[in-house]
Design a protein around this ligand. Structure first.
Ligand code: ATP
Ligand code: MG
Length: 140
């Protein structure tokens, strides 16, 4: 397994409930290292660029409104097989289907307000990391 980097977002429902530290502990306990991190408040337009792949989906407006509703914490996680490992720690998109102990099983409120985002492939991870961070901000 190669060392990978993945883009993670702690979403507004979680930052609002002061869960950043509890979620970060789950990443670190799984062996993922937080090599970059910042708290920002996205505009709806910025959220729309990030989620452009979902532009035609019926939930796009709800999703981008939600992502701009409160601050988010964007972060780069690094580790062995980090992309799939992070998605394991996150759990299924719908918290009703998420395995016990995952972030979404413990913290997510609904399929939309599901506490975390994680890149789904090496190509998307590279694009998503570059959307939020410059090379100088990635400190492994
Ligand atoms: P993410 O991309 O945020 O890591 P994911 O890969 O598990 O999540 P996607 O299918 O890529 O899920 O959907 C992106 C996001 O859109 C979901 O995390 C969720 O916030 C929102 N979303 C997905 N399906 C729905 C839905 N049916 N209703 C409302 N929001 C949804
Ligand atoms: Mg996704």
């Amino acid at each position: 397994m190669a060392i990978e980097r993945t883009l993670s977002i702690i979403k507004p429902d979680a930052t609002k409930r002061n869960l950043t530290g509890k979620i970060n502990a789950k990443f670190e306990d799984a062996g993922l290292r937080i090599v970059a991190q910042k708290r920002i408040h996205l505009t709806k337009a910025q959220a729309g660029v990030f989620y452009a792949v979902h532009k035609e989906r019926p939930f796009f407006d709800e999703l981008t409104t939600f992502m701009a509703s409160e601050p988010v914490v964007v972060q780069v996680l690094e580790g062995e097989d980090a992309i799939s490992k992070n998605r394991e720690v996150m759990g299924a998109t719908n918290p009703a289907d998420a395995a016990p102990g995952t972030v979404r099983a413990e913290f997510a409120e609904s399929v939309g307000e599901n506490s975390v985002h994680g890149s789904d492939a090496p190509e998307t991870a590279a694009v998503e990391i570059a959307y939020f961070f410059s090379g100088l901000e990635l400190v492994g």
